[in-house]
Design a protein around this ligand. Structure first.
Ligand code: SAM
Length: 440
């Protein structure tokens, strides 16, 4: 049967698809192409034009077979493991460690892969989270993943993929997280934090709340700006304060909600939800999107007798160079709060306390780690302190964190090897030696 896809009918279909699921059909298929899609639909051939339009208007796109057919036919489900590695590196090295630090093992970190297609993206996140949990074993995660396409969610739940889907994955990870299933590969979801799949239409469904990280990548490429803006507004309400939103590269150029602060990186943009306190001064700039500047140490008012933080830090630098312990202690007693100290001053205090005031150095290291979770130096110093006071388990954990952040950190690799050997854990010692073979 020949389908009469006249102009008004075609325009009505385009407009319903855009309104119901946000997809801009004009950018995907032309009328001739859509005609060929229609030939494969049973319903469009059986129903009158107005009946077909009414059906699309009233049926749920996530459940009705005609919508499922259209979503499949529009071919918008392309996905693969470790897609956009640079962005994933930022998630692994910056976003997740920051969330782990924020939650301090007390709360679950909630992650949502929105528009997850056949599951490669949330499973990639699950692998990254396993890597994070090796360093922060007490951190807790939950992963939600959603898509509008019923077929995609079904495939995602089965987790069986063509090898092409894992083409850019690290071979070690392939061994750890996949097993052969005939010609295909099964993702071993039982080895990771479980992924909860849901059917969700980003355009019309209400969003769940309290997420710490939302990923919505390669979904907006099919949508017009006004729909993207609406979805981003909804995301911004679903993200916890200090939580993150990541979208695909250059997928949206419009206005961002003011609570989402832009963090620019060489290969990616991250949005972080900030909460502006309603003080009279920032109420005045309610609509501004500028981000509060960091405090300049020279601008902090005088503290203690007559010395400002800036003056104390300058004096500290000199005392550290001269190794004058009494001066350093005297300056320490005048510091109103360690939060005001620069990293250089923290290092100076920690080093001078490491010889005979180790209990003072520990909270300084811990605070520094909290402030700069990706800096190896405070982890390494902490490991050395723990080792010197016989807290070997804590020292081991801290050395492991340094090596996680910098796999070629020679001093940590050698120290960890010696620690394992001293504790007769020869198997672990050999593993460390193998990993850092160039240093032995
Ligand atoms: C290209 S895939 C992206 C998959 C994955 N995020 C990635 O980057 O590899 C786009 C997905 O967005 C989904 N999608 C499109 N419109 C949607 C909507 N209104 N609600 C939910 N999902 C939608 C499609 O079904 C498709 O699975």
């Amino acid at each position: 049967m020949v389908i009469d896809l006249d102009m008004p009918f075609w325009q009505q279909i385009q407009s319903i698809i855009e309104k119901k699921i946000g997809i801009d059909l004009s950018a995907r298929v032309n009328r001739e192409h859509f005609e060929s899609i229609c030939k494969r639909s049973n319903l469009i051939q059986k129903l009158k034009k107005e009946e077909y339009i009414a059906l699309l208007e009233t049926a749920n796109p996530s459940h009705h077979p005609e919508w499922v057919f259209l979503l499949d036919a529009l071919n918008v489900s392309e996905s693969f493991f470790f897609r956009d590695k640079k962005q994933l590196e930022l998630i692994e090295n910056l976003v997740l460690p920051d969330l782990v630090r924020q939650k301090n093992n007390l709360e679950i970190i909630k992650v949502w892969s929105a528009g997850c297609s056949t599951g490669q993206e949330p499973y990639t996140l699950a692998i990254i989270i396993e890597k994070i949990k090796r360093v922060f074993p007490d951190s807790k995660f939950i992963i939600y993943a959603s898509d509008i396409n019923f077929h995609s969610i079904k495939i995602a739940a089965e987790a069986v993929y063509h090898p092409w889907s894992v083409r850019i994955s690290d071979p070690v990870l392939l061994d750890d997280f996949f097993e052969k299933k005939g010609e295909k590969l099964r993702f071993k979801s039982e080895k990771t934090t479980s992924v909860h799949f849901e059917l969700t239409n980003l355009i019309s469904d209400p969003f769940p709340k309290n997420f710490d990280l939302i990923l919505c990548r390669n979904v907006f490429i099919y949508m017009k700006q006004e729909y993207i803006q609406r979805v981003i507004e909804k995301f911004s309400e679903s993200i916890n304060p200090n939580g993150y939103l990541l979208i695909g590269h250059a997928e949206y150029t419009g206005k961002m909600p003011k609570v989402l602060e832009t963090m620019l990186f060489a290969n990616s943009v991250i949005y972080k939800k900030v909460i502006y306190k309603s003080t009279p001064s920032n109420l005045a700039s309610e609509n501004s999107t500028t981000i509060p500047k960091a405090i300049n140490p020279t601008s902090i008012k005088a503290v203690g007798k007559n010395e400002s933080i800036f003056e104390l830090e300058t004096r500290l630098e000199k005392s550290c160079k001269a190794g004058n312990q009494n001066d350093i202690l005297e300056i320490y007693s005048k510091i109103p709060s360690i939060e005001k100290l620069s990293s250089k001053s923290l290092l100076c205090f920690i080093k001078s306390f490491m010889t005979n005031q180790k209990q003072k150095a520990i909270p300084l290291c811990e605070y520094w780690i909290e402030r700069e979770p990706l800096n190896t130096q405070p982890y390494f110093l902490l490991a050395q302190i723990f080792e010197s006071i016989g807290k070997f388990d804590s020292a081991t954990e801290s050395y492991k964190k340094v090596i996680y952040l910098n796999p070629t950190h020679k001093e940590s690799i050698v120290s960890l090897y010696q620690l394992y050997k001293r504790n007769n854990d020869l198997e672990s010692a050999m593993k460390v030696k193998k990993m850092g073979s160039q240093f032995f």
